[in-house]
Ligand binder design. Structure first.
Ligand code: NAG
Ligand code: NAG
Ligand code: NAG
Ligand code: NAG
Length: 468
């Protein structure tokens, strides 16, 4: 009797269970979506263990012509409600210039609207709400959040886990003291019940990410007695080029092995245990960290059609879908607490398509921040059921090998050769001297190029997700 009661109470108190996984979703890229398209994306996310989307949307009247986002969110809730999927608001409060900014009554209306929908995530009974920003634009800030929270009561009350970029960037800076950033955040934002640490990439340094900042925010929340979740961000890559002549507006983050490194921090004996993971992102194409299949660039009638303009020049053709296999494996490990059995032979390999010192004709070729940081190499992550040799070739760098077996994933790489122009990376899974599976990359490396591109293409050897 007692057990049943305790279990029921636990269920009530913490419906978002330990380490739920959300993926950041740009509603702006869902212009053409209908309910079925939302269902397709949700099924594809659920296939790898994602529990919900964090819906990033900018104020609908911030710029002209975004009023449709409210209707798309309606459709998203209809789809998610029928599929046991969650939708968490991630109000984008980063636009410093808007015709109409976010206001508390409209946000409150949108939060309350789906209060009884099964897709609404709850934390300590409250509706869980997150943001991107809210700390850097004068119209918002702590008082704004306090006002929003006090306007929502009863079944509409919220638990706020904002993503405040000032503190996350400060904590991620070289030589920073993340615990001091975490305590400033808590003292400046009494409204923050939890926290999303947005900084999922090395910040202008060519070193691998550690969990120091994550641990600082997590333990500061806990020791201050805040009741909300610590949300840790995990991302595969970062490259953006607005191509507007401003060197501040094109950058790459050191991301060569970031995705695997970050997931490894979440599994095993020394795993960091955040309350929630937020994958950055599902469909932010222009920042090169999408996991979703690429839409068809030319099918303007497709329900996932998206207009990327110039930025499409570094996105179209750069499939990332096989990265979802990596996510699926680690999400399963994280949730169940032990490594999943390996039943297939799969190698995921990724590479940029131009050596880093290449000047292409278009795009910001010479002013990309951190352009010297990535290694000119093909990286591979292998998950095989039996002892195998993984053989990697690119141009004159032939048959670079590493060993893999059924005990867990392993990684290898092969550098681009000096003359890489035209080379197509080729990767094989070998057993007993025979290739069991071989794949060529879908993209050749080139040094004669029409547009600069630091967004990698991701490939798969063996069976599994490979569309896009
Ligand atoms: C609040 O935001 C909504 C949505 O953008 C807008 O329609 C409304 O006019 C705003 N209200 C105020 C008082 O600014
Ligand atoms: C990052 O870690 C990888 C191993 O996962 C290692 O090969 C690489 O050298 C590291 N990068 C830096 C800049 O230390
Ligand atoms: C879309 O059209 C352009 C221009 O005709 C072409 O270069 C490109 O390959 C097409 N993309 C796809 C995915 O078919
Ligand atoms: C990869 O490309 C090479 C060179 O064009 C070709 O010989 C080989 O058959 C290709 N492999 C696969 C699996 O398509």
């Amino acid at each position: 009797m007692f057990t049943t009661y305790a279990a029921a109470a636990a269920l009530l108190l913490r419906v978002a269970s330990a380490t739920d996984v959300y993926a950041h979703f740009m509603v702006q890229n869902a212009y053409a979506y209908d309910v079925d398209q939302w269902k397709y994306d949700i099924a594809s996310a659920q296939q790898i263990g994602i529990d919900g989307f964090a819906l990033n949307w900018i104020p609908p009247d911030c710029v002209n012509g975004l009023g449709w986002t409210v209707d798309r969110i309606d459709d998203a809730f209809t789809a998610a409600d029928s599929m046991g999927f969650k939708l968490m608001y991630s109000f984008d409060m980063s636009y410093s210039s808007c015709n109409v900014y976010w206001n508390q009554s409209f946000m409150g209306e949108m939060i309350s609207k789906y209060s009884s929908n099964s897709a609404t995530p709850r934390w300590n009974n409250n509706i869980l709400v997150s943001t991107y920003g809210g700390d850097q634009v004068d119209e918002y800030g702590n008082d704004f959040f306090e006002g929003l929270k006090s306007s929502l009561t009863g079944s509409n009350a919220i638990t706020l886990a904002p993503g405040l970029t000032t503190y996350s960037m400060e904590a991620g800076s070289e030589g920073a003291d993340p615990s001091s950033s975490a305590s400033s955040m808590l003292s400046d934002f009494s409204s923050a019940d939890g926290y999303l640490n947005w900084q999922a990439w090395p910040l202008n340094v060519d070193s691998n990410m550690t969990t120091t900042a994550d641990e600082a925010f997590q333990s500061a929340l806990k020791s201050s007695g805040r009741s909300g979740p610590y949300i840790m961000a995990v991302s595969p890559w970062q490259y953006k080029d607005l191509n507007n002549g401003n060197p501040l507006d094109s950058w790459v983050a050191y991301s060569d092995t970031l995705f695997v490194d970050r997931w490894q921090q979440l599994v095993g004996d020394n795993a960091i245990k955040p309350d929630i993971i937020e994958i950055l992102t599902w469909n932010d194409f222009c920042e090169s960290h999408y996991l979703r299949n690429l839409p068809d660039e030319n099918d303007t009638s497709a329900k996932d059609y998206v207009e990327l303009g110039d930025m499409g020049a570094y996105v179209w053709g750069q499939n990332h879908a096989p990265w979802r296999i990596i996510a699926k494996y680690y999400i399963a490990w994280m949730k169940q607490g032990y490594a999943p059995a390996i039943t297939m032979d799969q190698v995921i390999f990724w590479h940029r398509v131009h050596p880093k010192d290449t000047s292409c004709y278009g795009g910001s070729s010479t002013a990309i921040r951190n352009a010297n940081m990535p290694a000119d190499a093909v990286f591979a992550w292998a998950l095989v059921s039996q002892k195998s040799t993984i053989s990697m070739s690119v141009g004159s760098n032939q048959y670079w090998e590493f060993e893999a077996d059924g005990s867990g994933p392993s990684m290898g790489m092969v550098p681009f050769p000096d003359n890489a122009n035209g080379a197509v990376p080729e990767v094989s899974i070998m057993r007993d001297g025979q290739a069991v599976h071989t794949s060529n990359s879908t993209q050749a490396i080139s040094t004669d190029c029409s547009w600069q591109n630091f967004n990698p293409v991701v490939n798969l050897v063996g069976p599994g997700i490979n569309t896009g």
